[in-house]
Design a protein around this ligand. Structure first.
Ligand code: ASP
Length: 426
């Protein structure tokens, strides 16, 4: 391994400084900058938009080839289907349990805070949701949809779950055929090397990208814009914090014995990145890299569990959905029965599987949860306006959940190097 050249300020710190400066500048622009051609068109919708989106696109560019190559290599390295099956079952088990816990946390917090009490949504104007009943995902289709009809189409459209399924099968076959397919195996391994190098290059631009993304987001939102929704936001945020700093850290400590504070400290840059992009998918390369370099999690495990988690494990999203159900029910004056709450836990867990790791999709799959207990999907229009900041926050929790489960599964499969975790990096 070549040594990283010493820089005066590490990349992690630079990303955080950029995040902070971007937020400050955004708020200042929102409250103090005059609405004129320079600020609105040239700066906010020009420079910030182009640079921010450009960076985001670069990160997204990495995802499909990286997941394909690293997952094929990961699956072929695990080799025998028995171990792979064991890792797979454990991972999916963890993902489902943490999501169900997340919804339970969300419902509890929402029932304590009562975000929709004293509000009547019928009298409030809702914005166009753009989400129709026809867009609701049925549970059966969600499950069936993991099998690709055409793997090339899955790659071209970036359907992660289908890519994962196909890549795992190819990996298993490569391991089975051994020397006979060495050339193809090498091809994917070298592809993997190329994509990791590309990740490093793109990441070096992160401070600039994050600065522009955050500055633009904050410049568009005034704090007073979300007054009636403050309670709803607080409830979502509180539940996210409980899940992230409570549930995950207890699981981590119990199953691996690792120090939760150290874990969070090392993982913060990835969370910051997920926060600024609101995209689990784009976070995959950074997450795999951080888990390997700072936590000692072998790529053999993470190359499989992280893309899978970014695709099917959305604890933060299901927290938003749990709180939104209570909020919308209260605001419409509809009483939910205990059975309804159980239905919400089940459907929100399934919705989490069906939610793609890109911005705002959680709102679309929320319709599936709302209709499962007979709530009007028009309620989504009301919370949509302030969803961006929650989307950012829940994405950070989504990917933390993936990382915690990955670390636990790696520990159970002797693929966790605790000496790396103990080291002080960055
Ligand atoms: N933005 C979320 C993610 O990428 C998905 C969502 O909740 O909309 O993880």
């Amino acid at each position: 391994m070549e040594k990283k050249e010493k820089k005066p300020i590490g990349l992690t710190t630079r990303i955080f400084i950029a995040l902070l400066l971007g937020a400050i500048l955004g708020v200042v622009l929102h409250y103090f900058a005059p609405h004129n051609y320079f600020f609105d068109t040239v700066l906010i919708d020009g420079v910030f938009y182009v640079v921010g989106q450009g960076f985001l696109r670069l990160m997204q560019m990495l995802v499909v080839p990286l997941v394909l190559c690293s997952l094929i290599c990961g699956a072929s390295a695990i080799g025998d289907t028995k171990t792979l099956g064991k890792v797979g079952v454990r991972t999916v088990g963890f993902y489902i349990v943490t999501t169900a816990l997340a919804v339970a946390v969300a419902l509890t917090v929402a029932k304590i805070i009562n975000p929709g009490m004293g509000m009547d949504l019928n009298t409030l104007e809702t914005t166009e949701t753009g989400i129709s009943a026809s867009q609701q995902t049925s549970m059966v289709d969600t499950l069936l949809d993991i099998i690709p009809k055409n793997p090339l189409e899955s790659l071209a459209t970036g359907n992660m779950l289908q890519i994962i399924v196909f890549a795992i099968i190819v990996g298993i076959i490569l391991a089975k055929l051994g020397d006979r397919t060495q050339t193809i195996h090498n091809l994917f391994q070298q592809g993997n090397d190329i994509m990791m190098e590309m990740t490093m290059m793109v990441m070096s631009l992160a401070p600039i990208g994050v600065f522009c993304l955050i500055a633009r987001t904050f410049s568009g939102m005034g704090f007073d814009a979300f007054q009636p929704l403050i309670k709803y936001m607080l409830a979502v945020m509180l539940a996210l914090v409980v899940q992230c700093l409570g549930v995950y850290q207890i699981l981590l400590k119990v199953f691996t014995g690792l120090n939760p504070i150290r874990f969070i400290k090392k993982f913060l840059p990835v969370m910051g990145f997920a926060f600024s992009t609101a995209t689990s998918n784009a976070t995959i390369p950074l997450s795999i890299d951080t888990l390997e370099r700072k936590m000692g999690v072998s790529r053999r495990i993470s190359s499989f569990t992280i893309p899978l988690g970014a695709t099917i494990n959305m604890d933060g999203t299901s927290i938003m959905q749990g709180v939104a159900v209570v909020f919308i029910a209260q605001a419409y004056g509809i009483a939910l029965t205990p059975m309804d709450y159980i239905t919400v836990i089940a459907t929100a867990t399934l919705a989490s599987i069906g939610t793609a790791g890109v911005p705002s999709v959680g709102l679309v799959t929320l319709s599936m949860v709302l209709t499962s207990v007979g709530l009007p999907i028009e309620g989504i229009g009301f919370i949509m306006g302030i969803d961006r900041i929650l989307d950012m926050s829940r994405t950070a929790v989504n990917i933390t959940g993936d990382a915690v489960c990955t670390t636990i599964v790696a520990h159970q499969n002797k693929a966790l190097d605790k000496t790396v975790f103990a080291q002080q990096n960055d």
